[in-house]
Design a protein around this ligand. Structure first.
Ligand SMILES: *[C@@H]1O[C@H](CO)[C@@H](O)[C@H](O)[C@H]1NC(C)=O
Ligand SMILES: *[C@@H]1O[C@H](CO)[C@@H](O)[C@H](O)[C@H]1NC(C)=O
Ligand SMILES: *[C@@H]1O[C@H](CO)[C@@H](O)[C@H](O)[C@H]1NC(C)=O
Ligand SMILES: *[C@@H]1O[C@H](CO)[C@@H](O)[C@H](O)[C@H]1NC(C)=O
Ligand SMILES: *[C@@H]1O[C@H](CO)[C@@H](O)[C@H](O)[C@H]1NC(C)=O
Length: 540
């Protein structure tokens, strides 16, 4: 698995030097039998012909894979529109570079698009733009109002993945390649169904994955749907869970699908098998034996963590025995799911953003970046060790508005680089007025210095750092503009802008910010050079 980055790609070396050593002797030495010589010549010519045939086949008939060229920076601007906190990356045009999907409404430019589909104005537009240059691949106008959207949903239509949009009174499944509507169904049964929806393997034997939508406002109920047609399957599963306010899909080490439920009294799990039985569906789903023994006979609930101030639960990515990061009002804890034991717990103050996973130290266990609000418009950004919960790194930054959560991208050197937002304290006083913020890049091996770029992006609605191509092309996406959920009325005056930038492109424009009192001899040039040398890995 090697990867080259766009700027610093080196030509392939080696592999050509050997193989030129000849064995001339053997042919000419023993010329005793003359008729044999004729056969030999024929055989030689024939094999030469074969060789050439193979060479020509591979060099002319089979084309070399062409690597798509991309712009290191691009933007897509929609005047007078509003947008939503949603960015998805999917390969829509099959050029091996991920494309970007987002949703907006009320743009002047989309007026004709809405009218062409007989939709009243303003309508929503789900759009895919090319990851290489930001050009529009397709646009799908949909009736407003927007509720939620999820892309990468398996089994929608027939094969591959698609996007599922809950809007107006419909659920609409959209093909990611063409933007065509695969099916549209009334969502009256799940009008306040909460995200994220639950993907499940094929339940109704039509060879397409199915899905379920959970509602808990105020009663909890679960409805299963066919991914292929959007029709409801089975009956509605009414469950008397108390005080559920969040959920998360989870697979145990043996691959058994569960649903994690965040409630006012703590974290619970329930197997999807149990739920499909409640919906009177024949179930092919697995259950985890050790969990089954702990489950309540009536409700099927398994108590994982008791707390009256549960905030969030996240599945730690990429670990062989799955762990959960459990966040409460005053702590974050790591829960090993095989033995249901708390590995560590760290006290925190109120967190400002969703925790971010990334490799900071060298132990291969994902570490956690969190942002604490410590008052006076200051946040403390911490990296906690994934194995022990101790603080590995910290910095204090100013913040004014809701800044986007941090992000990380894994490199080939088994560490991640981190990107975060804020305002350095030394510069704080100058810019209180115009609330400019900066984005910061952090290299875990040179974490005494941050690279700070004054980022012109205002009103950031969504932010994502990702690899747009396998093993290379690390970039970040920033979606800015009026928030569609707050600006219900027509007549926006600001544009919606989606910007893509290559992460390395930020390095030459950055200044350095020294972290803490550590006066060790790390120089600006050294940090910048380390960023230029980075090679990015495929998995997050
Ligand atoms: C968008 O890109 C164009 C060039 O492609 C550039 O002129 C313009 O300033 C960019 N806009 C923003 C907001 O970055
Ligand atoms: C909902 O879907 C149905 C069936 O496709 C369609 O006739 C109707 O117009 C849709 N309603 C809205 C508001 O999109
Ligand atoms: C964490 O908080 C709990 C209760 O709030 C307290 O008992 C404990 O000593 C704290 N731990 C640390 C390391 O501060
Ligand atoms: C906030 O800053 C002001 C002065 O800038 C200081 O007087 C006050 O104590 C600080 N508050 C906190 C909670 O740190
Ligand atoms: C910023 O202002 C505070 C008080 O408002 C002051 O204490 C601090 O020294 C100032 N910082 C800089 C870098 O000017």
């Amino acid at each position: 698995q090697f990867s080259f980055d766009h700027l610093n790609a080196e030509p392939l070396k080696g592999g050509e030097a050997e193989g030129g050593v000849s064995k001339k002797k053997s042919c000419t030495e023993k010329l005793g039998f003359s008729q044999l010589t004729g056969w030999r010549t024929a055989a030689f010519l024939f094999s030469l012909f074969l060789c050439l045939a193979v060479v020509f086949t591979f060099s002319f008939i089979l084309p070399c894979p062409v690597r798509p060229q991309y712009f290191s920076t691009w933007n897509r601007t929609l005047p007078d529109a509003a947008t939503y906190d949603f960015l998805a990356v999917e390969d829509a045009n099959e050029d091996k570079v991920l494309d970007v999907l987002f949703i907006y409404k009320d743009s002047e430019a989309s007026r004709n698009t809405c009218l062409s589909e007989d939709l009243s104005i303003p309508c929503l537009v789900l759009t895919a733009v090319d990851g290489t240059d930001g050009k529009t691949l397709w646009e799908r106008p949909l009736a407003a109002e927007f509720d939620w959207v999820e892309c990468g949903v398996k089994g929608l239509g027939r094969q591959g993945t698609g996007c599922l949009v809950a809007h107006a009174d419909n659920l609409t499944a959209i093909d990611k390649k063409t933007g065509v509507i695969r099916w549209q169904q009334s969502r009256s049964t799940v009008l306040n169904g909460n995200l994220p929806l639950i993907s499940i393997q094929d339940l109704n034997a039509d060879k397409a994955d199915d899905f379920a939508i959970l509602s808990y406002n105020p009663e909890s109920e679960l409805v299963f749907f066919s991914g292929k047609s959007g029709d409801q399957i089975g009956s509605k599963a009414n469950v008397d869970w108390n005080g559920v306010f969040g959920h998360q899909q989870f697979k145990t080490a043996s691959g058994a699908p569960y649903l994690l439920l965040l409630t006012k009294s703590g974290l619970y799990a329930v197997s999807l098998r149990h739920l499909t039985k409640l919906a009177v569906l024949e179930s092919v789903l697995k259950e985890e034996k050790s969990w089954k023994e702990k489950s309540d006979k009536n409700t099927g609930l398994i108590s994982l963590y008791q707390s009256d101030s549960l905030k969030r639960v996240m599945v730690v990515p990429g670990s062989s025995s799955p762990s959960l990061l459990v966040q409460t009002d005053s702590s974050v804890s790591l829960l090993h799911t095989d033995k249901l034991k708390i590995a560590w717990s760290t006290n925190t103050s109120t967190l400002l953003s969703v925790p971010t996973f990334g490799q900071f130290d060298k132990d291969g266990i994902p570490d956690i970046m969190i942002e604490e609000d410590i008052g006076n418009k200051t946040k403390r950004v911490l990296v906690l060790s994934g194995s022990s919960g101790v603080v590995l790194w910290e910095v204090h930054l100013l913040f004014w508005t809701q800044s986007p959560p941090p992000a990380s991208v894994l490199t080939l050197n088994t560490y991640s680089v981190f990107m975060l937002w804020g305002q350095s304290q030394s510069r704080g006083n100058q810019t209180v007025r115009n609330e400019m913020h900066s984005s910061f890049l952090m290299h875990p091996r040179l974490s005494q210095l941050l690279l700070e770029r004054r980022n012109p992006a205002q009103n950031i609605i969504s932010f994502k750092a990702t690899l747009l191509e396998r093993g290379r092309h690390a970039g970040y996406l920033v979606l800015t503009g009026p928030d569609g959920r707050q600006h219900a009325e027509l007549g926006e005056t600001e544009p919606v802008i989606l910007t893509k930038r290559k992460i390395k492109e930020d390095v030459p424009e950055s200044a350095v910010l020294r972290v803490g009192a550590d006066e060790s001899a790390v120089e600006e040039a050294e940090v910048k050079e380390a960023f230029y040398r980075l090679r990015f890995s495929e998995t997050q």
